[in-house]
Design a protein around this ligand. Structure first.
Ligand code: FAD
Ligand code: EPU
Length: 338
């Protein structure tokens, strides 16, 4: 294991922000990790676990140790007539796991096709897309406690998953390094194409048979039409979470905007797309310095060239203020701001 000093992080975060880290180590095994965490030199350093860097905004150089997770491996642990348990190491690329499942006709994560990043980060915000969330197939994870070096397992309920939320974003933030995640997938996949744009894409494809492979291909096509490719335009997907409002607020907003898109959570709570609020605030496709919002998806903040993290953050603050002024709704970042 090589430990670098003043390592550039420009190619290690999908915003492409040019910052550096005081120390940087890439781990390829749990042993590497335990050895690293035992070294006296790094004990008092603050630590950050890095996966694919696709949900992080660096606003300054990192004054501590960055641990990049490169622990690989996907294994089928158990199979019965209906189900299969798959174990994936934290450093596996999430989309490779989806392809592995789809190619073997193991259903449950095909709607999560093409989400960037690594398996180890997937439980952190309970990744979700096109009507499916990680928690729907998540069985348990294994993690190392950063302070005690103890190996701990967390079952589904213990992670307290919710929309873009788990206990690792809150109480256990930066306390555990996720080394392995287990999923329970189905050998008799149930197709879920309830999400409107996915349903429309399937209609266009008009397949002779509706398989999970077709669903993952349709998800890929929808995503490619809406979201910028981080290799070409720096971004971290949705910058903010979709806010929840209550019924009286929705009725009030409907007086001015009859067509406001909304998704019912329960009879008194509704989710509003943050992208719509940003677009209706006149901020879709705008540029502020080197930062901007994407022309096809206002919720995606982009690096138009050499933006600093501070420029992206300033734009985010501006958007929050405008949306608050126009709609009285607070946008909360989804992206981890460092
Ligand atoms: P990183 O950005 O490296 O890290 C994210 C957070 O997790 C950090 O706080 C980090 O410290 C922590 N972390 C990372 N690995 C570990 C570990 N092993 N143990 C403990 N903590 C860890 N997200 C969705 O939910 N749905 C989407 O549809 C979606 N679409 C996206 C589209 C684009 C184009 C982009 C760029 C991003 C998108 N995202 C989406 C956000 C992002 O891909 C996910 O949040 C992803 O899970 C982040 O993985 P990562 O490995 O890049 O994590
Ligand atoms: N919309 C606009 N203008 C825009 C963008 C969106 O009006 O510029 C409105 C439209 O009404 C559209 C609706 O918002 O129908 C929903 O848009 P979209 O389907 O693109 O989804 P989203 O709510 O913007 C969420 C997730 C995405 C996930 C997609 C698909 C959040 C914060 N974002 O986006 O996740 O891929 O749904 O499920 O929940 C991410 O987390 O990084 C991410 C990309």
């Amino acid at each position: 294991m090589i430990i670098e000093e003043n390592e550039s992080l420009k190619n290690l975060n999908t915003f492409g922000i040019d910052v550096s880290s005081k120390y940087f180590a890439e781990i390829s095994s749990v042993n590497d990790l335990l050895q690293l965490l035992s070294e006296e030199k790094y004990k008092s350093e603050q630590k950050l676990i890095l996966g694919g860097g696709s949900n992080i905004l660096f606003t300054k150089n990192y004054n501590g140790l960055i641990i990049a997770n490169n622990i690989k491996g996907i294994t089928v642990e158990d199979v019965n007539e209906n189900e299969v348990i798959i174990s994936a190491s934290g450093g596996e690329v999430w989309d490779d796991l989806v392809d592995f499942a789809v190619n073997n006709n193991y259903g449950g994560i095909e709607n999560l096709k093409l989400i960037p990043g690594k398996v180890g980060a997937s439980p952190i915000q309970n990744i979700g897309a096109y009507g499916v969330e990680l928690k729907d197939t998540f069985l348990e994870l294994t993690a190392i406690n950063i302070h005690t070096l103890e190996e701990v397992r967390f079952k589904n309920q213990e992670c307290r998953f919710n929309y873009r939320y788990s206990i690792f974003k809150d109480e256990y933030k930066d306390q555990f390094i996720i080394t392995d995640v287990k999923f329970k997938l189905s050998k008799n996949p149930k197709i879920n194409i309830e999400y409107d744009s996915l349903k429309k894409e399937i209609e266009i494809i008009n397949p002779s048979e509706l398989t999970i492979k077709v669903v993952s291909e349709a998800v890929k096509r929808v995503r490619e039409s809406k979201l910028p490719d981080p290799l070409k335009i720096g971004n971290a997907g949705s910058f903010f979470k979709n806010p929840t409002i209550d019924k009286s607020k929705l009725l009030f907003l409907q007086k001015g905007y009859e067509q406001i898109p909304n998704y019912i959570i329960n009879e008194n709570e509704f989710k509003i797309p943050a992208g719509w609020l940003i677009e209706k605030s006149g901020l879709k496709g705008i540029q502020m310095g080197n930062a901007g919002t994407y022309k096809n998806q206002a919720l995606v903040l982009i690096n138009n060239g050499n933006a600093s993290g501070k420029e992206i953050l300033d734009l985010a603050l501006y958007i929050q203020n405008e949306v608050k002024k126009n709609f009285g709704i607070e946008l909360i970042p989804e992206v981890n701001i460092i």
